[in-house]
Design a protein around this ligand. Structure first.
Ligand code: MTE
Ligand code: MO
Length: 331
């Protein structure tokens, strides 16, 4: 059963929604069966994720309410993805490459205490503790679509405030043109940081004007609670018009620079992942189309896909940032 929350109108799963243990046991058997076939791998990881979902529900973490945002485009009028899906189907390669891995492995992450270092071309560099950051600006709730370059999407009520608030506070110098976001890379608490999947730490970057766009969210929570570890606790970025990988998780450093940052995915495969990474249905990933997407949770594994929208549906708000740019070249 789904209940509609009175205060903000989005839909939360009721606790009665939790599927009984025996249903999961049944799915695990199905998973073993399927694992022998060609479609097995995808189905097995889906089933494993579902089996784990029963322990992950809102109400377990500290609450972090956010006021409804007044920013244009900040509240997407679509059904919100269930918390159990948003917190168990994740990309966070520091904890493994399977979508189910972060929820299983990220309990070793230590999100408190936490420090974010601001460095580079700013008048006020320094270390910001989580306390300072949380006090910096009022928390807002933003309902954004997050679309992964792999072709799936979710609709999540994030909690945070505009990155522009932090930028204003640290005062970039006139030479700063880009912002680099560096994630934590601690082999003691992040089991896959020793692997060679990526060149750690995970690095992402934005042009300064993109970072300053009111939709760019410095994010501390989701679903009215602090972020679960697997979603990038205690602080991550969410850039709703770009592919999900631009939204670095568990950020420890924010560096202002005059050079376009080399991002982790750009280093790993530059022909596939450019700096801009705007959600653009007309520019295919070299190995697959970006014209459509599958909504996680509500559509099921074999459901029809949805058409992907230019700039992930945020065209009215962000298109002017790219006037005159060839988005096929600057992909
Ligand atoms: N540090 C770090 N940040 C990361 C990633 C990662 O592997 N490591 N994966 C990215 C990718 S590919 C996506 S789609 C989103 C997924 O965010 P979610 O798990 O909260 O949905 O996180 C992004 N941020
Ligand atoms: Mo992604």
């Amino acid at each position: 059963m789904l209940i509609k929350s009175q205060d903000n109108g989005f839909i939360h799963p009721a606790s009665s929604e939790i599927t009984p243990q025996r249903v999961y046991a049944g799915r695990r058997n199905l998973m073993k069966l399927m694992a022998t076939g060609a479609a097995g791998a995808a189905m097995a990881s889906w089933a494993a994720r579902e089996a784990f979902a029963q322990t992950e529900k809102p109400g377990k973490l500290a609450t972090l309410p956010g006021a409804k945002s007044a920013v244009s485009g900040a509240t997407l009028m679509e059904k919100v993805t269930e918390y159990k899906d948003a917190s168990t189907y994740n990309n966070f390669y520091e904890f493994g490459t399977d979508k189910a891995d972060p929820a299983k492995n990220a309990h070793t992450l230590q999100p408190r205490p936490w420090t974010v270092e601001i460095e580079g071309m700013v008048k006020k560099p320094g270390k910001y503790t989580q306390e300072d950051q949380l006090k910096l600006s009022a928390q807002e709730e933003r309902i954004y679509r997050l679309r992964c370059v792999e072709g799936w999407s979710m609709v999540i009520p994030w909690v945070g405030y505009s990155m522009s608030e932090l930028i204003k506070k640290v005062e970039p110098t006139g030479s700063a043109k880009y912002v680099e976001f560096i994630s934590q890379a601690d082999p003691k608490t992040m089991p896959f940081v020793g692997s060679r999947v990526l060149d750690w730490p995970y690095v992402e970057g934005l042009r300064l004007d993109e970072a300053n766009h009111p939709l760019t969210l410095l994010t501390f929570g989701m679903y009215g609670e602090v972020l679960p570890n697997q979603n990038g606790a205690p602080v991550r970025l969410v850039v709703p018009w770009k592919y999900g990988f631009k939204s670095g998780k568990s950020i420890v450093k924010i560096r202002f620079t005059d050079k376009e940052p080399r991002t982790a995915w750009n280093k790993a495969a530059s022909q596939e992942y450019g700096f801009y990474s705007n959600v653009n249905p007309s520019v295919d990933h070299p190995r697959w189309s970006q014209a459509a997407e599958r909504r996680i949770g509500e559509d099921g594994l074999f459901a029809k896909k949805r058409k992907t929208l230019m700039f992930n549906g945020y065209e009215a708000q962000v298109a002017s940032l790219y006037t005159g740019m060839d988005l096929k070249k600057n992909f």
